[in-house]
Design a protein. Structure first.
Length: 335
């Protein structure tokens, strides 16, 4: 077991930029794991932080204990929404704020799913989408998230070379997952509802097909319930299903026949199949998520985005301002 101090020692960027935080109070509702715990703690030394669990599945108890030992209390979402500024994931806190009667949300949002939710809220929104940036949208999604998938798969103790893998959703996350799994010897095929992305996958050298005949099926669509009863009738016996999206993309069918901690076995249509982490994001629920160097960069940008949110007047959801990426890049390349 590696102590959380290892992550805290290595995350240099958040330590630099946390000193520059300008908001007096911020509610943070993102997966509460080791890297986010470092962010929360470091910010708490400079401003008032109200951290709330995104959900139980992505929460690491060790991270909660580590924060509490350092005087940082985890609060309920209904209490967190009292803060003026949010750092949010999948717009979970922003949606709670709307239900609680808040008339305006000031938010830095980490995900494309959350950005889409923000645009549908009926309250006034002043937001910055990190997913629009190169640091997060390409750097983390394309190059970082796949390592969390690999981490989760390795914890299942399966031998990956030669395994047939189906990637459903060939956006940035799906592209990164496909490339990394192919590099360790998996036979990867891809499907996406977008013709443009199917063409991109073809030019990437992948078989593109809608069939689900694979040992491992990974969903990366960002859409809820992309795997349901119809799709489960088409999978092979013994298939392992994992979700990498911000939504619960897998809806089980059939009866539960066994539970192995984070793996649940089902029987349906004469076949046995397995769902990891109850359909939640397996990279976070089973693995340790995206590598710490990658999250250090994303969180550094989030800190500076909170400052922009306070300083500047605008309405709606805007992309991460370019000068913020440049500031993070300068710090990265100055070492």
């Amino acid at each position: 077991m590696i102590g959380l101090g290892w992550y805290y020692d290595r995350m240099k960027l958040i330590k630099k930029f946390a000193r520059e935080i300008e908001v007096e109070e911020v509610a943070i509702c993102i997966p509460l794991e080791y890297k986010s715990a470092c962010l929360i703690y470091e910010l708490s030394t400079y401003t008032n932080v109200l951290p709330a669990k995104l959900d139980e599945q992505s929460t690491k108890p060790d991270a909660v204990r580590w924060l509490e030992e350092r005087g940082v209390k985890i609060v309920r979402k209904r209490e967190a929404v009292k803060a003026k500024f949010f750092l949010d994931c999948a717009a979970v806190l922003s949606r709670v704020a709307e239900k609680a009667g808040k008339t305006k949300v000031n938010v830095v949002e980490l995900t494309k799913t959350g950005e889409d939710y923000l645009k549908r809220l009926k309250v006034e929104v002043k937001g910055i989408s990190l997913d629009s940036s190169t640091l997060k949208g390409i750097g983390e999604n394309r190059y970082g998230t796949a390592f969390g998938l690999l981490d989760a798969l390795m914890r299942l103790n399966v031998f990956l070379p030669g395994k047939k893998v189906k990637i459903i959703g060939y956006g940035r996350v799906g592209e990164g997952c496909a490339e990394l799994l192919r590099s360790v010897g998996c036979e990867v095929s891809v499907w996406d509802s977008s013709a443009r992305r199917r063409i991109e996958a073809l030019y990437g050298g992948y078989e593109v097909s809608e069939d689900l005949d694979a040992d491992i099926i990974v969903t990366c669509t960002g859409s809820p319930k992309c795997i349901g009863e119809e799709e489960l009738r088409a999978i092979r016996d013994g298939a392992i299903l994992m979700n990498l999206g911000a939504e619960r993309e897998i809806s089980p069918a059939g009866k539960v026949v066994a539970e192995y901690g984070d793996i649940t076995a089902y029987e349906f249509a004469g076949k046995r199949y397995y769902i990891a982490a109850s359909g939640y994001a397996a990279n976070l629920a089973i693995g340790n998520g995206t590598p710490m160097e990658v999250m250090d960069r994303t969180f550094a940008a989030a800190i500076l985005a909170l400052n922009h949110l306070k300083r500047e007047e605008f309405n709606g959801v805007i992309p991460l301002p370019g000068y913020i990426e440049e500031a993070v890049l300068r710090e990265l390349t100055s070492v």
